[in-house]
Design a protein around this ligand. Structure first.
Ligand code: NOJ
Length: 503
């Protein structure tokens, strides 16, 4: 199926680089792959090697110093919603141990750290009166990072919506956009002089789709489509107002919006398959929230994707056309959280056709986490070609069920292998000219994995939740070497050629 005419590129953006305008892949020989002493680092010197976390997943101190409940506090305490009734009440106790955790970041040698702010720590009622103790915590955290030479990236909203605002109608209210803007102003006024990188919102597919349509994330609603689409629309209006608030309060801010990127990759590098995956990555094929176009077209193109409008039909809510001016505010980079990818080829009828993975295909311990090493390559490339915005890999990682071994260490060879393969894919994108500003590994610490509780572990550092002891895993040392060498260590003897490790 050809692209619907309205799904061609927005006029304001340059036309996409056609596949032929992208230089051919770097070969093992030209990149120095296969030689341990390769001279050229595959990533630029100013590349932001980092790790990412989120407030509710690590902070704990849930009712301390004036913090009030978010929807996740309420949801996690509702029987049956989170694995074995786990909550974020204590989590990794980062609120009290942030200095130790910044020490770990310094030991790891990261250039940047992505954290999020807990809205209800800062504004206990969701709006209005500021809680100085809450703001002070982030002030101390930012200063500690700067002392360690680490560039802060602040995510303003990572799912912990104030329960007080949920009780006032939440995302169904148009006022939610102003609530977001006011909260953003408060945080940006306090941290904007020291935080260069900002994220307005993290993964709308999750905090709107999984939360308000599928009912599996807080607050656990299953709204009819029309209301779900209203919530999504207001969420994007809120993003736009946050951008304006940031521009006003933090003039040097580099502002991004982060997608739960549903990467689609071609089954082969045949141009027809590359086009099939390109169409798939920017289309809405069904009514579930797991696509990119619904969440990014309004924000970057000022319109809803035709493929989605056709699907939702009469369920589309009414709104003034001028809303798109508020939603589509210029941003500085696109944040892509990327973990996995679907596979597509051109079918016999010329239309994109999904290719099912063979039985036994490798995964992490979360079922959705299929290991597709070329995810970062195709994801970065397709989004760059379409939107011409610098890309930040704001999350990537692997869920495992690590344990402390008899030798007292935490061996996680699978995480190392997966990060290695994915980073080679990212190196290929960089070598081909995609402007990737950084890579934030998810996550620094094992933490509260939302509805899965503490069962699955994403950390480079193991957390013994009973004692709060932190044990850097083998992947921690491995990633430290990657950072210290600008990625040269990725080109060791196992990386015989880009293609056969990134497939
Ligand atoms: C995306 C989310 O932003 C993060 O909170 C979550 O823990 C990871 N993916 C892993 O599922």
């Amino acid at each position: 199926m050809a692209l619907h005419p309205s799904e061609s590129l927005p006029a304001s953006n340059a036309s996409p680089a056609s596949p032929s305008s992208v230089p051919p892949p770097v070969t093992a020989a030209s990149a120095g792959a296969g030689r341990a002493n390769a001279t050229a680092a595959p990533f630029p010197a100013d590349f932001l090697w980092g790790t990412a976390t989120a407030a509710y997943q690590i902070e704990g101190a849930a009712s301390e110093d004036g913090r009030t409940p978010s929807v996740w506090d309420v949801f996690s305490k509702t029987p049956g919603k989170v694995f074995e009734g786990h909550t974020g009440d204590v989590a990794c106790d980062h609120y009290h141990r942030y200095k130790e955790d910044v020490g770990l970041l310094a030991e790891l040698g990261v250039k940047s750290y992505r954290f999020s702010v807990s809205w209800t720590r800062v504004l206990p009622d969701g709006t209005g009166k500021v809680n100085p103790k809450g703001l002070d915590f982030y002030d101390r955290l930012v200063d500690e990072l700067l002392r360690a030479g680490i560039v802060p990236m602040c995510t303003l909203f990572h799912w912990d919506f104030p329960q007080a605002l949920q009780d006032r109608g939440g995302f169904l209210q148009r006022d939610v956009a102003d609530w977001f803007a006011d909260y953003t102003t408060v945080v940006a006024r306090r941290l904007g002089d020291r935080v260069p990188w900002w994220v307005t919102q993290n993964e709308p597919q999750a905090f709107i789709g999984n939360a308000l349509l599928n009912g599996v994330f807080a607050p656990g609603l299953k709204l009819p489509y029309r209301e779900y689409l209203t919530a999504a629309h207001n969420q994007m209006r809120a993003h736009g107002k946050q951008v304006d608030a940031l521009r006003a309060a933090a003039t040097a801010a580099k502002i991004g919006y982060v997608l739960a990127t549903q990467v689609q990759r071609p089954a082969t590098e045949d141009p027809a398959d590359i086009e099939a995956a390109r169409e798939a990555i920017f289309s809405v094929y069904d009514k579930n929230p797991w696509n990119n176009a619904w969440w990014i077209c309004p924000v970057l193109e000022g319109r809803y994707p035709e493929s989605g409008l056709r699907l939702f039909g009469d369920d589309m809510p009414d709104f003034p056309a001028s809303d798109f001016d508020q939603i589509k505010r210029p941003i500085d980079y696109l944040g892509l959280n990327m973990y996995s990818a679907g596979t597509w080829r051109q079918g016999k009828d010329g239309r994109p056709e999904r290719v099912v993975s063979p039985p036994g295909y490798p995964r992490g311990t979360l079922d959705w986490l299929q290991i597709v090493p070329s995810t970062l390559y195709w994801g970065s490339r397709y989004f760059w070609e379409r939107y011409k915005l610098p890309i930040g890999i704001t999350e990537h990682g692997l869920a495992t069920r690590d344990q402390v071994f008899l030798d007292g260490k935490v061996h996680d060879p699978k995480r190392i292998d997966v990060m290695h393969r994915y980073l080679l894919g990212l190196a290929r994108a960089v070598q081909e000219g995609v402007p990737v500003v950084g890579y934030w590994a998810w996550s620094l610490l094992d933490n509260f994995e939302w509805a899965e509780g503490y069962k699955d572990r994403f950390g480079l550092v193991y957390v013994d939740y009973a004692t709060q002891r932190r044990i850097p895993k083998d992947s921690f040392s491995w990633y430290r070497e990657v950072i210290a060498t600008g990625g040269r260590s990725l080109l060791g003897p196992t990386a015989v050629a880009w293609d056969n490790v990134t497939g």
